[in-house]
Design a protein around this ligand. Structure first.
Ligand SMILES: [Cu+2]
Length: 218
C-alpha cells in the first residue's frame, strides 16, 4: 500500500467468529419474566447465552424482566465457549448498526493484529487503481457505546455502566464474553444499565439478531 491507496474498511472479527462458532437455538427453554422488589438499588441479572458444551444457547435468560424506575439490569455471558453476545438497544431506528460496516482511510496504513501476536490478519482484497478493501472493526459494535438524544456517541471501556434516561438513541454493551475470556480490547464480561424512565425497552443481540429481550420499567 502507498499514500495513494484508498482503503475501504469493513469489519472482520465478527466474520471470524461467525465462521468458527457453531450456535444452536434451543428447542425448550423457560422464558420466565423476572419481577423484582422495590429497593432502588436492586440489580436484576440476565444471562446472555449459556447452555453447555454440546448445546450452546443463543437466548437471553430471562428474556423479559420487570423493574422499577431507578433499578438496574446487569447482563453477563455464562456460555461454556467464548461465543460473544451483545445487549443492544436500538431506540432510534437510524442508529442500527453491526460490527461489519465500511470505512475509508485515505492514507497509507499498517494493519497490525491487536493484541500483538493475535491469530488474525486483515482481509485485504485488491481492487482497481491501488484501491484495496480491508476488513476491520466498528468500535460502536464492539465497545459499550451510548448515543444521546443529540447524536453524541460515548464509547466506554470494558464492562461499561450506562444510565438510560429515556432520550437515548442507542445503547450497546459491545461484545460480552464469558469471564476469563479476553479476546481483544473492548470486549466485556458484564454490562449494566440503570433505567431512569418508565417504559418498555426492547433489545437484541447484534451478533444473533433472533436473540431478543425486554426490560419493562414501571
Ligand atoms: Cu448473541
Amino acid at each position: 500500500m502507498n499514500n495513494k491507496t484508498n482503503l475501504v474498511i469493513v469489519s472482520f472479527v465478527a466474520a471470524i467468529f461467525a465462521a468458527t462458532v457453531i450456535v444452536t437455538t434451543p428447542t425448550t427453554i423457560k422464558h420466565a419474566s423476572a419481577i423484582v422488589g422495590d429497593a432502588p438499588t436492586t440489580t436484576v441479572k440476565v444471562h446472555a447465552g449459556g447452555g453447555n458444551s454440546t448445546n450452546m444457547l443463543a437466548v437471553f435468560v430471562p428474556h423479559q424482566v420487570q423493574i422499577r424506575v431507578g433499578q438496574s439490569v446487569t447482563w453477563d455471558n455464562p456460555s461454556p465457549v467464548p461465543e460473544p453476545h451483545t445487549v443492544t438497544f436500538v431506540l432510534n431506528d437510524k442508529t442500527m448498526t453491526t460490527p461489519d460496516v465500511p470505512f475509508t482511510v485515505r492514507s497509507s496504513t499498517q494493519f497490525m493484529p491487536v493484541p500483538p501476536g493475535a491469530n488474525s490478519q486483515p482481509n485485504m482484497i485488491p481492487g482497481k487503481d491501488g484501491m484495496n478493501t480491508v476488513i476491520v472493526s466498528n468500535v460502536r459494535g464492539y465497545y459499550p457505546t451510548l448515543i444521546d438524544s443529540i447524536g453524541h456517541a460515548k464509547v466506554l471501556g470494558p464492562n461499561g455502566n450506562f444510565t438510560i434516561t429515556g432520550n437515548e438513541q442507542y445503547v450497546n454493551s459491545g461484545w460480552l464474553l464469558p469471564k476469563a475470556t479476553t479476546l481483544y480490547p473492548g470486549s466485556s464480561n458484564t454490562f449494566t444499565v440503570t433505567f431512569q424512565k418508565a417504559g418498555t425497552y426492547n433489545y437484541l443481540c447484534d451478533i444473533h439478531p433472533w436473540m431478543a429481550g425486554t426490560v419493562i420499567v414501571k
